[in-house]
Design a protein around this ligand. Structure first.
Ligand code: N01
Length: 552
């Protein structure tokens, strides 16, 4: 392995690997490559600290939808950290998760491998040298043998273009670009645009502070109660006592959660049996148990899915006092075809006098003026507009960089008709580049840290195997990529997900190719495929060794 040399005196700095991003993915990749394989590894991070998603998303109410005790690095990173770290709530808030990642970075001595406040502008594959030239926004270029993206699936904010929005004289911001100094909502008239997972968190959090809150809804979501609560010492001790078994179960599960999957069809159960099963999961709270722990066919059988939709809509009508508002909030399309948010008092918020649901599906926003939002049928005077309008997911952050592979082909060009990957890990024409949680991998359909660990471990074992074999260039074979695409399409079409417009299918961003971006076949099945590929000597990858010209 080369040693890194510092920039200056005209010498191009050489490292073994450049990693982009210092969230869960970047931190674990740095540890695996630098501390386990001994590779010189440089991480670049746009933020001023570690955290990724949890660094950027600081809006009030930001909280994880996975249970905190399973939303962390497993025993594969460090058994000590598992024992030392204590979560305070069933679902940790943003600040606590950020503290956890800072704790991990300090304990594992990761900060010295990360250059903060630095964005990667471009990454060009230099075929003659068989290396990546990575240029950052501070004008530095570094040469790396491997390029690993850990840029997150939801890190490129998306704000729709509304006529006149630039004229708005009040305060406005996207939830993922929250100002450091925060926003004072006291006595303000506020509009929240969007009703996805982010809006569902922020709305109940600020409803008590604002004078008037307008929630602009285009599509209602299927919100499942979180039933958050503090964690007591006995529970923490019990989990810590069986973490080994918990992680084994988690790694081998469909969604990256240590729950037993639901069995049988919802249509075979009697209405009473169904009500009992749905109610038990609803009372317990939590998305995984409700979506995956009730019946086995909700994601693939429309008739079965209708039963859970009816149940959710009944619950909304029980909670929201005004029947018209309750109906407007009722999502009468298949459950889990858009990401269902976890809610903490969202529906109750609409019983407050100062909260108004604004239907922008039937009467879309026409214009934003300096003082108001004007829809097709009304004008809402506001002081603050919060855009909880989501992200250009999965490809947005990759395309934001100028990544050019063999023959100067840009990633955007190669993926003009949608992502083309092998296993969601790599793409032909971009040698020695690996993506953590890339498109066509399970990622956002699973508990992210568990999927991230699987990816990072697979990538680092692959790099180790290449080094042992003396291979210096690896990239997918076109046929293997084609096969993965066909498999991905087949598995996607077997689910109900493509039937609904959502960011999962890219429908939220105008002009984005509509297809399912994550892999819906389950982390357990996906892991087996990846393991098999590795066992077969990295089947489906071209592996070559070059005589390379010297790098100047
Ligand atoms: O974004 P979204 P999000 N006019 O895309 C609406 C993760 N997450 O930030 O549904 C009016 O889901 C849009 O309407 P519609 C989680 O994976 C995780 O809420 O397209 N409205 C929708 O209501 C989640 O899925 C946690 O009709 C417009 C909203 O904006 C993902 O992040 C917490 C509009 C966008 O919803 C994204 O969630 C929070 C327009 N022109 C988020 N354009 C955790 O658990 C868009 N909308 C960790």
């Amino acid at each position: 392995m080369e040693n890194a040399t510092q920039p200056g005196n005209g010498t191009l700095r050489q490292v073994d690997a450049v990693v982009i991003g210092a969230g869960f993915a970047g931190l674990y990749t740095l540890h695996c490559l630098r501390d386990r394989l001994g590779l010189t590894t440089q991480v670049y991070e746009a933020g001023s600290d570690v955290g990724g998603t949890w660094y950027w998303n600081r809006y009030p109410g930001a909280r994880c939808d996975s249970e905190s005790v399973f939303y962390m690095f497993s025993d594969h990173l460090s058994k000590d950290i598992l024992q030392e770290w204590n979560w305070s709530e069933r679902y940790a808030g943003q600040a606590e998760i950020l503290r956890y990642l800072q704790f991990v970075a300090d304990k594992m001595d990761l900060r010295r491998g990360i250059q903060f406040n630095t964005r990667v502008d471009s990454a060009m594959f230099d075929e003659a040298a068989n290396r990546w030239l990575v240029t950052t926004n501070d004008g530095q270029t570094v040469s790396a043998r491997y390029l690993i993206t850990g840029v997150g699936c939801l890190s490129k904010p998306f704000t729709p273009e509304f006529k006149g929005m630039e004229t708005f004289a009040g305060q406005s911001c996207h939830t993922a670009e929250w100002p450091d100094e925060g926003i004072d909502f006291t006595g303000k008239r506020v509009a929240v645009v969007g009703t996805g997972a982010t809006a569902v968190q922020i709305v109940p959090e600020i409803a008590g502070e604002v004078e008037q809150l307008y929630v602009l809804q285009r599509t209602p979501s299927h919100d499942v109660p979180g039933r958050n609560h503090p964690l007591d010492d006995a529970y923490i001790a019990e989990i810590k006592g069986r973490y080994g078994e918990v992680w084994d179960h988690t790694r081998d599960s469909f969604g990256g959660f240590p729950f037993s999957p639901g069995e049988g069809s919802a249509t075979d159960a009697t209405p009473d049996q169904r009500a009992q099963i749905y109610n038990a999961a609803w009372q317990k709270g939590g998305l995984g148990g409700f979506a995956f722990g009730t019946f086995g066919d909700l994601m693939v059988n429309k008739e079965a899915n209708d039963t859970i939709v009816d149940f959710i809509c009944e619950k909304i009508h029980e909670t929201v006092e005004d029947p018209e508002v309750a109906e407007a909030l009722s999502p009468r399309y298949p459950f889990f075809t858009k990401r269902p948010p976890l809610e903490h008092g969202y529906y109750e918020t609409f019983n407050q006098d100062n909260v108004t649901l604004v239907d922008v599906k039937t009467a879309p926003v026409k214009e934003i003026t300096p003082t108001s939002i004007i829809t097709e049928n009304a004008e809402y005077e506001v002081d603050i507009i919060i855009f909880a309008t989501g992200f250009d997911a999965m490809t947005g952050a990759l395309f934001a960089m100028d990544i050019q592979g063999r023959d100067g082909i840009k990633l955007q060009q190669k993926w003009a008709e949608g992502p083309r990957t092998y296993l969601g890990l790599a793409t032909e024409g971009f040698p020695n580049m690996f993506m953590v949680s890339g498109p066509q991998s399970p990622s956002v359909l699973t508990n992210m840290p568990v999927s991230i660990e699987q990816h990072v471990e697979w990538i680092s074992q692959c790099i180790q195997a290449m080094d042992e074999k003396g291979v210096d260039c690896i990239e997918p074979l076109p046929a293997a990529e084609e096969q993965w695409l066909a498999h991905h399409a087949e598995v996607s079409d077997a689910t109900l997900i493509p039937q609904t417009d959502s960011w999962w299918v890219g429908a939220n961003v105008p002009g984005k190719k509509r297809l399912l971006y994550p892999y819906p076949g389950g982390l357990d099945n996906y892991r087996k495929v990846c393991d098999q590929v590795a066992e077969n000597g990295y089947d489906g990858f071209a592996q070559t060794t070059h005589e390379v010209s010297a790098v100047s």
